[in-house]
Ligand binder design. Structure first.
Ligand SMILES: [Zn+2]
Ligand SMILES: [Zn+2]
Length: 546
């Protein structure tokens, strides 16, 4: 598939899921990519932490890909860069703070000299082949959240990125309604936009409101206070720094990613008055009502600081009865179990827990219904293309767009090539797409042999059978090994039954070829496992001729 004299929108990730955003725009034979994100693993990928988009399609058309334009620095928008950019080997474009974090990722991967990283000033523009891209700042839960105004010979796209409206943001200067309305006056063909919070009837709310809510909770406390938030949420990090100063507490940041964000933010002129973080040892020596700990681990990530603090495995920071942990974040669906583990461990220590359900300590970075309605009123596109959502979010977003008078709506799925112009929007092709997983240091297909085997092992356990054969007969007792088969202390009886079954199968297939023998033994042993346990472990038979 190669774009002709037309404008194509083709998502390879992020349409039908929240995470892993990768969007292609194509015209006159060329493509640009907007964002290159990843998503976190889930129990269907045992042992995997990161999930990446499968870029096979665009790798095959690499010579037509002109670059990757990044909207903002959240992991679901830039997280796949260090793993996949070498295979694309095209220039990156980002605003200064986003570029600073990308540069760190490239350095960690040792590829900073191989990849061209172009820094575009805030509100700046860049010409990439037939695409003219202009950064349009919007409020979001990170510094330098941006929409992109993409001008092409076939019409203008307003690609919202992740956004919200905030009349009193604590950092940055989002584009005003008048400016957005002026963009709408230029005539916008399609708005491609964030569907995350389309089911929220209310607007997301201002960061300044959170400042008041958080400060009120901190003031009530007489013990240590720990606030956890996403490190990337620099606006919130700033808010928490301000609260430390206002309440006379010393700030102690715990977690490498927090230090990194603050460093990059300061290097780009943000967080100027941010208090210096005291050392963890010193924080523990201060009177408990004089310290405010800021930590990572809002989602119960086992290796994050809060998780280690909760089970007392953190080397320096400890909490005790009467201390308070405030979750200045939301629970991301899918993370409930991990979060509960941490909260229960904290509760066991007598630590008081405050979440957004008890106090106004968090606001979302994504637009609710009133904000979406306003944006459509300003931009007035011909076509609404919901992205950044599960299918249910995107369909609801399309209904909202219809309700506010957008003439046409089209809901994409990953891999669908949608012609936006000329003519009515239409799916004209489906291309290769999918997921990859980072397993240790190796990238493999999410549904390839490795993951299929891993899942089977995780679900059913393993039985290994070794047969020593001599002249078509067993030269010794079969050797049986089991892993993760639920027989507990009856393991010896179980193994005896497996041996008997293996021996009987060998006898029955005497004289047959080796593969028939091995299959007969495999089936017999697995049957024993099923009779004993109701499970079907992965069963492997090896035959040694002696
Ligand atoms: Zn996002
Ligand atoms: Zn975001």
């Amino acid at each position: 598939m190669k774009p002709k004299k037309e404008l194509i929108f083709l998502p390879l990730g992020g349409s039908g899921e929240i995470g892993m955003n990768v969007n292609l725009y194509g015209c006159d034979g060329k493509w640009i990519m907007v964002d290159l994100g990843m998503t976190f693993g889930d129990p269907s990928y045992p042992g995997v932490e990161l999930v990446l988009p499968d870029l096979t399609f665009i790798e095959k058309h690499r010579k037509d890909l002109l670059g990757v334009v990044l909207t903002h620095a959240h992991e679901d928008h830039i997280g796949a860069i260090p793993y996949l950019i070498q295979d694309l080997n095209v220039p990156l474009y980002a605003t200064p703070f986003t570029a600073g974090l990308i540069a760190k990722k490239l350095q960690e991967e040792g590829i900073e000299d191989e990849i061209e990283l172009n820094i575009i000033e805030n509100e700046g523009s860049v010409e990439i082949g037939p695409f003219h891209c202009r950064y349009v700042p919007l409020a979001h839960s990170i510094l330098e959240g941006n929409a992109l105004l993409i001008d092409t010979p076939y019409g203008k796209i307003f690609h919202t990125g992740d956004w919200k409206l905030d009349e009193n943001p604590v950092t940055g200067e989002p584009t005003t309604p008048a400016e957005l309305s002026a963009i709408g006056d230029e005539g916008i063909l399609a708005l491609v936009g964030d569907s995350t919070n389309v089911f929220n009837k209310e607007a997301s709310g201002s960061e300044t409101g959170v400042r008041e809510g958080l400060e009120a909770v901190v003031r009530e406390q007489t013990g240590r206070v720990l606030i956890t938030t996403f490190a990337s949420n620099a606006a919130r990090v700033k808010t928490i720094g301000d609260i430390a100063k206002a309440t006379g507490r010393q700030l102690c940041m715990v977690g490498r990613s927090l230090h990194r964000i603050v460093e990059v933010a300061k290097a780009n002129g943000y967080l100027k008055d941010f208090p210096t973080s005291i050392r963890e040892d010193d924080a523990m020596k201060l009177p408990r009502d004089q310290v405010l700990i800021l930590s990572t681990g809002t989602q119960g990530e086992p290796r994050a600081a809060l998780s280690r603090i909760s089970d007392r495995s953190h080397a320096r920071i400890q909490l005790q009865e009467g201390d308070t942990v405030i979750y200045s974040s939301k629970q991301i669906p899918g993370n409930e179990v991990g979060i509960s583990v941490v909260q229960n461990a904290l509760a066991e220590q007598g630590v008081h827990i405050v979440t957004e359900r008890q106090a106004h300590v968090h606001v979302s970075g994504h637009p609710g219904v009133p904000e979406l309605e306003k944006m459509y009123g300003w931009i007035r596109p011909q076509i609404a293309v919901p992205v950044h959502g599960e299918r249910r979010h995107m369909e609801e977003h399309a209904r909202l767009a219809a309700r506010v008078g957008v003439p046409q709506q089209i809901v994409p799925i990953n891999g669908s090539a949608i012609r936006l112009a000329p003519g009515a929007p239409k799916v004209i092709d489906h291309v290769e797409h999918g997921r990859l997983v980072l397993d240790g240091d190796v990238i493999v297909p999410a549904d390839g042999q490795t993951m299929v085997e891993r899942r089977r092992l995780a679900h059913g356990g393993f039985i290994g059978v070794v047969l020593a054969m001599k002249g078509g007969r067993l030269a010794a007792d079969p050797l049986i090994q089991i892993q993760g088969v639920p027989v507990e202390d009856e393991v010896e009886d179980f193994i005896e039954d497996c041996k008997d079954a293996a021996k009987a199968a060998v006898k029955k297939t005497a004289g047959k070829p080796v593969h028939a023998l091995s299959e007969a033994v495999r089936v017999s042993v697995r049957r024993i496992a099923r009779e004993w346990t109701g499970k079907k472990p992965v069963t492997k038979v090896d035959i040694l001729e002696v």
